[in-house]
Design a protein around this ligand. Sequence first.
Ligand SMILES: Cc1cc2nc3c(=O)[nH]c(=O)nc-3n(C[C@H](O)[C@H](O)[C@H](O)COP(=O)(O)OP(=O)(O)OC[C@H]3O[C@@H](n4cnc5c(N)ncnc54)[C@H](O)[C@@H]3O)c2cc1C
Length: 451
Amino acid sequence: MSSSVNSVCKQIGLTLHMSEQLHDCVIIGAGMTGLACALSLVGQQHDVVVLDADNKPGGLLASYQFDQYTIEKYYHHFFSYDQNLLELIEQLELNHDLVWKKASTGYYHQGHVYNLDTPREILMFRGLSLIDKFFLAKAMLMIKRTKDFRHLDRITARDWLLQNTNQSVYENFFAPLLKSKFGSAADSISAAWLCARLKLRSNRKLKGEELGYFKHGFETLITKLVHTINETGQVKCSEKVINIKRNADETFTVQSQNATWKTRCLVSTVAPSILDQLAIFPESYRLKLEKNHSQSVICALIGLKKPLLKTYWLNIRSDSLPFALLIEHTHFHSCDNYAGEHLLYAASYQENEMGPLYRMPDPELIHTFQIGLETEFGLNPNDILWWRISRAAAVGPIYTINYLDTKLDHDTPWPGLFIGGMMTSYPERGLNVSVQQGQQCAQLVNSYLNG
Ligand SMILES: Cc1cc2nc3c(=O)[nH]c(=O)nc-3n(C[C@H](O)[C@H](O)[C@H](O)COP(=O)(O)OP(=O)(O)OC[C@H]3O[C@@H](n4cnc5c(N)ncnc54)[C@H](O)[C@@H]3O)c2cc1C
């Protein structure tokens, strides 16, 4: 059914029984990838339905709603080179809602915070000796000169760094960064991924970079995206997809919690492990989905009466703390925007959702995090206003060795079913990639529908 027929039905208040409608495309997941895909498709006059399991859209970019403000459940910002995201923001006429600010990055080790924003600060970093810095610079030069890192996919970043720098550079510089990104999986991350990522990020400005954010948080973006899609399409929340089936007539039947949807095309933006449970795929594809491991994240947000740190972003090197990252959001976007409250995130990435920390009940987790903040960072418990805890499973691929052998493409064994998100992108993962992946899926859907 075309979007024009759909909108006429909407205007005259005619609701067709779901299963009688044949949609152009159903998208599973109303995170950034799914919404970017839907926006592209409605722009091409396709009839689109986006289904999300959660009770609100946005996925990892969703926000907590307080009386006077909204704030993301998981810390977010973007970069000036996030072209796809910035074009989308412009398309939605939200440019005037943006703020760009420099934000400090630090590294915490044994009671000291070292600022590491610029090459100069890295050069001054007391955690590395002169010889360490020489090794670090040599490795970076080698990375910059290398075009293809595929041959490094069979070796861990740890081994490569130990071979090409030294123990101290690995332990004092890279290990904490890898740990803050991949938690307990840090030691098995592939050298190919690390080098490709370092190469991509090595074109930093010498004075530290400006980060982008929305004056009133990312909720502005999600609300506008959903509103625009809903003009001719539908974004449906609390509609967890439980089954998908390819029919003999080459259409798909999608079963969600409350309804059944028929569609010519299907885009899945959920993690491979979730997609795997929704359908019976050919064995070889099922194995590929199974091999794509995703990590989980625990993220605490704490409202404080006073600032705790001096930096925005703090990577932490400590085996005794339950978190590897602290982000004091209000050092980036002032507490004036949050009714005078200071907002601090404490995050820990986990290899999966089976670990004790991930499964810990909230009160116990809060206690564990609070002890760490009190003992290492001098948090006064009287300064705590509130806590919020979010956990998310399958938040992004773990780029362990041999990842490239099983990296997933948009195409699947079923023509008309496409997948997109962090699992189809490499080596970057982030909002810009999500927009790009969503738009690429939309192009494939468009060609399929018009083919
Ligand atoms: C802690 C953290 C911090 C981050 N910070 C940044 C940052 O600062 N800058 C940046 O660029 N990127 C950041 N990212 C990455 C960014 O959040 C992601 O790139 C992006 O949000 C991913 O969007 P997505 O739509 O692909 O996935 P998701 O946001 O995970 O969306 C998937 C959606 O699918 C839904 N879903 C799952 N199962 C089903 C089902 N069975 N049926 C229906 N729906 C289902 C989920 O509810 C979810 O809404 C961060 C990520 C994390 C985890």
